[in-house]
Design a protein around this ligand. Structure first.
Ligand SMILES: Nc1nc2c(ncn2[C@@H]2O[C@H](COP(=O)(O)OP(=O)(O)OP(=O)(O)O)[C@@H](O)[C@H]2O)c(=O)[nH]1
Length: 306
């Protein structure tokens, strides 16, 4: 079942009549429409709103549609947005150029209402499947958490937010203690259940805008936005208790697991520019190592345990 969130279509055309016409034609399609009346406004709205589809007029005064299209293709955040060209005079050379540059379709003015709707629907359907596949590629199959690739991308986003706006970011690394022994004693399928349940507890005990990931094997990582190191340490302590409180049943036996935690925060470094995804990962890893060395089932921070 596909996500039913409303998709957005940006119309970039200098003619108010065209905006009115397309709005009327697409009014029953269940899409949200965004309007830009020149290429500059179109680019600004595309950057801000990341629409699911752009209907782009080729012949506009000032910057023309083909130039805007090239600008969209040059920005990694925008290059995957499908574009349908709107044009009155589409010669074969322009058509070929448009498709070679990556346009998904074109509609010639004056529009046939049924054809316009069919082309918009087809483009939006493809976009929805692409989004779904892109999301699936970033999810860990066993636990349903985000995977390591997503964590790396999000950490880079948070570090640039730190540099631009000064919003602090913290990172918690989590590693289940003696997990090899759990597998060896109770079997690999039981180990998988432990991973799933720990993942669930980490997800439930954090906020919606925290990014909880399976980093690999029995290791997890959590990005905490707008959170100080001290705040992250107290969250990690709460998570440490929550994991230790889980009770697993294996036949008649009751099994408890624990995990060790390593915390690193951008506010531990005075110079924002010196903070990177790598330095945060390294600091959290060292803190985790300290927690393991100090006896496990605890939170490490600043290379010491608390
Ligand atoms: N069941 C299961 N086990 C996994 C999975 N991925 C990795 N492992 C196991 O996790 C274990 C990790 O063991 P180690 O790295 O030695 O760490 P540990 O036993 O947890 O020891 P400490 O981290 O020092 O407390 C290995 O035995 C891996 O085979 C998985 O997807 N499922």
């Amino acid at each position: 079942m596909l996500d039913s969130t409303l998709q957005t279509v940006l119309i970039v055309d200098d003619s108010p009549d065209i905006h009115r016409l397309i709005s009327a034609r697409l009014s029953a399609e269940g899409v949200a429409l965004l309007h830009a009346h020149d290429a500059v406004e179109g680019l600004a709205i595309a950057r801000e709103q990341l629409p699911d589809l752009i209907l782009l007029d080729l012949e506009m005064p000032g910057t023309d549609g083909m130039t805007l299209f090239s600008q969209l293709k040059e920005e990694s955040a925008l290059d995957a947005i499908p574009v349908i060209f709107l044009t009155g005079t589409l010669d074969v050379t322009t058509k070929v150029q448009a498709f070679e540059l990556g346009a998904v379709d074109y509609v010639t003015k004056p529009f046939d209402a049924i054809e316009l709707k069919a082309r918009v629907r087809a483009a939006l359907r493809t976009k929805r499947y692409q989004d779904l596949l892109a999301t699936k590629a970033r999810i860990d199959a066993l636990t349903g958490l985000w995977n390591r690739g997503y964590l790396t991308d999000q950490l880079a986003v948070e570090v640039s937010a730190l540099i631009r706006h000064g919003s602090p970011v913290a990172l918690i690394m989590v590693d289940i203690d003696h997990f090899k022994r759990i597998n060896d004693t109770h079997g690999h399928p039981f180990g998988d259940i432990v991973l799933q349940r720990v993942a669930q507890v980490l997800g439930q005990a954090t906020r919606d805008n925290d990014v909880v990931c399976r980093y690999g094997g029995e290791e997890f990582a959590i990005i905490l936005r707008d959170t100080s190191s001290v705040g992250a340490v107290s969250i990690a302590q709460r998570l440490c208790h929550a994991v230790a409180a889980i009770t697993f049943r294996q036949g008649r036996e009751t099994v408890q697991v624990t995990a060790s935690f390593g915390v690193a925060g951008s506010d531990q470094c005075d110079d924002h520019d010196a903070v990177s995804a790598d330095t945060l990962l390294e600091a959290a890893d060292m803190a985790l190592y300290a927690a393991k060395s100090a006896g496990r089932n605890r939170v490490g921070w600043k290379h010491e345990t608390r």
